[in-house]
Design a binder for this molecule. Structure first.
Ligand code: G3H
Ligand code: 13P
Ligand code: ZN
Length: 354
């Protein structure tokens, strides 16, 4: 099965009024779990690969594992996306590997930490769009800066500081000047398990304060400028389930008081134009909880298959729940995939019409 493009998947999601999870993958078990959930639920899916993942698994291994997944699940409509590309060169490398979508994160400089200015962001993003559209590849850009720094994809700012949030007035200019297909917005989310600065009197973590109203404003501004139903992307969308944190700690973990983005907030965003929802941390947490539980309960075990298969099935269950909650379940075969060649021709037609 050829991979599908993110542009088509998100456009269809906009028509259907649902969101599509973009799940990070680093190894075979994660790819298997996500593809199995997508097949079972007949859901389109986005597998996303960070630079860290490419380094960990090795570019060739990861490409081959994804290739194997598409052969094993020929009916699943899957996008393979580069998460937080840090330069046009990295994006080009992903395109050469056959990815059908790339993110050029020009909100930061190539170090993945230093906040870049608007002119830089426009310049590098537009450059990637030119290269990508000539191949039919989708491009995600980012405006504003995400909090968090642990993973090298955040500016280390307080995500609740309004100064770094996406400026709704700037979104139209950014989309127009760059030609991107979807826009990652900074609305107070951040990567990782520790997303909140708010605690109740008893010291329990409260959900992070999000500027959800900006989603509506950005969508409205774009629609008014002719970009109807323009797909928005929500990074840092893990919910950091409390029962999973408790499970990790019950079996010897030492995670701090943490809280993520409640599903109601994500669904609020989906109703107002969020189409791609990035989730990595929750997957990490459920796998860790499963592995800790197996090894804690059966200290005599030493075959990696014993704990990896538990981790894989815990991840599959989590992904399936999210696919239902985001609304993508049941939409795997609503449309005929266009593929990279078809999309390349579509971009050429659109350019000629401008
Ligand atoms: O955007 C961040 C993702 O969680 C990827 O993280 O760079 O540690 O693979 P990573
Ligand atoms: P989480 O850390 O909330 O899972 O976010 C992942 C992400 O945004 C990847 O780009
Ligand atoms: Zn991200």
């Amino acid at each position: 099965m050829p991979l599908v493009t993110m542009r088509q998947v998100l456009e269809e999601a906009a028509k259907g009024g649902y969101g599509v999870g973009a799940f990070n993958v680093n190894n075979m078990e994660q790819v298997q779990a996500i593809m199995a959930a997508a097949e079972e639920l007949d859901a389109p899916v986005i597998l996303q690969v960070s630079r860290g993942a490419l380094k960990y698994a090795d570019v060739i291994y990861l490409r081959k594992v994804i290739e194997a997944a598409t052969e094993r699940h020929p009916d699943v409509r899957a996008v393979v996306h580069l998460d937080h590309g840090n330069s046009p060169e990295t994006c080009e490398m992903a395109m050469d590997l056959g990815f059908t979508s790339v993110m050029m994160d020009g909100s930061l400089h190539p170090d993945g930490k230093t906040i870049a200015d608007y002119a830089y962001n426009v310049e590098v993003t537009a450059k990637v769009v030119e290269m990508a559209h000539a191949r039919g590849v989708t491009v995600e850009g980012e405006l504003g800066a995400l909090g968090g720094i642990e993973d090298g994809h955040g500016a280390g700012i307080d995500a609740e500081d309004d100064k770094y949030l996406t400026e709704p007035g700037q979104a139209v200019d950014f989309v127009r000047q760059t030609g991107i297909d979807c826009l990652a917005v900074a609305i107070g989310t951040s990567h990782g398990a520790y997303k909140t600065l708010r605690y109740d009197k008893a010291g329990n973590a409260l959900p992070p304060r999000l500027a959800l109203d900006r989603i509506e404003q950005i969508t409205a501004n774009l629609a008014a400028a002719g970009y109807k139903a323009f797909p928005l992307v929500m990074h840092g969308s893990s919910s950091v389930p409390q029962d999973i944190i408790a499970e990790v700690n019950k079996y010897g973990g030492k995670l701090k008081n943490a809280m993520g983005v409640p599903m109601e907030d994500i669904q609020f965003g989906i109703q107002r134009g969020v189409r791609k929802i990035n989730v990595d941390t929750d997957g990490r947490l459920v796998m860790t909880a499963a592995i800790r539980r197996v090894l804690w309960e059966h200290p005599e075990l030493f075959d990696p298959r014993d704990y990896l298969k538990e981790a894989r099935s815990a991840l599959k269950k989590l992904i399936a729940e999210k696919m239902r909650d985001f609304g993508q379940a049941g939409h795997g075969h609503d449309y005929e995939p266009i593929g990279l060649d078809g999309m390349r021709m579509q971009y050429a037609r659109e350019a000629a019409a401008r």
